[in-house]
Design a binder for this molecule. Structure first.
Ligand code: ADP
Length: 181
């Protein structure tokens, strides 16, 4: 499994279904309403059951680049961290900064809730149309930078769980570019 040690933590890239992950938290690529959608969002609500949506209703939506937490319902993960990725237009409308912010805010919310292990999907790489190679570099570099900056944040594992080889291969390359093996 491709992985990279960063200070007190490990970053991994795997192929699989994030709803099956037994990390403390999984991240959802949600939309601003937080009221459910397709892709990974739909899969998380289907697998986690109605409790997640009930909690989401009380959160009043979420801005692009921000993140909010609920329990994991029936999921193996204790928490779901819902973040809203940017819809990709041309890369000149703040998309890179917003995608970076999704990862930083998700990690901040995780740390604030005592999460030690967390799984991310390929945020914005589905319906939101972000070019996957660019997105993979932003995602992996941002997480590495966070773990270097906050080595005592308590997070021991960040696992990128890629659904298909279209995302797995570029995310693995981005990890290897940083010295991962
Ligand atoms: P966005 O709207 O942010 O683009 P999508 O859900 O459309 O979000 O897609 C994000 C990524 O999540 C895509 O690469 C998609 O293949 C992937 N995905 C879909 N279902 C799952 C799942 N069960 N586990 C992990 N990744 C998934």
């Amino acid at each position: 499994m491709p992985e990279l040690k960063v200070k007190n933590s490990m970053i991994q890239v795997v192929q699989g279904d994030i709803t099956k992950e037994n990390t403390d938290a999984i991240v959802n690529a949600a939309n601003k309403t937080l009221l459910g959608g397709g892709g990974v969002d739909g899969a998380i609500h289907r697998a986690g059951g109605p409790a997640i949506l009930e909690e989401c209703r009380k959160l009043g939506g979420c801005d692009t680049g921000d993140a909010k937490i609920t329990t994991g319902g029936r999921l193996p993960a204790k928490y779901v961290i819902h973040t809203v990725g940017p819809v990709y237009r041309d890369g000149k409308h703040g998309e890179p900064e917003l995608l970076k912010s999704c990862h930083v805010r998700s990690l901040e919310v995780a740390v604030a809730n005592g999460v030690r292990t967390i799984a991310f999907p390929a945020i914005s790489c589905g319906v939101y149309g972000y070019p996957i190679e660019e997105a993979s570099k932003i995602a992996i570099n941002t997480v590495k930078e966070f773990l270097e900056t906050y080595p005592n944040c308590g997070i021991t594992l960040v696992r990128f769980v890629m659904f298909g080889s279209d995302t797995f291969i570029p995310f693995r390359s981005a990890l290897r570019d940083l010295g991962g093996i």
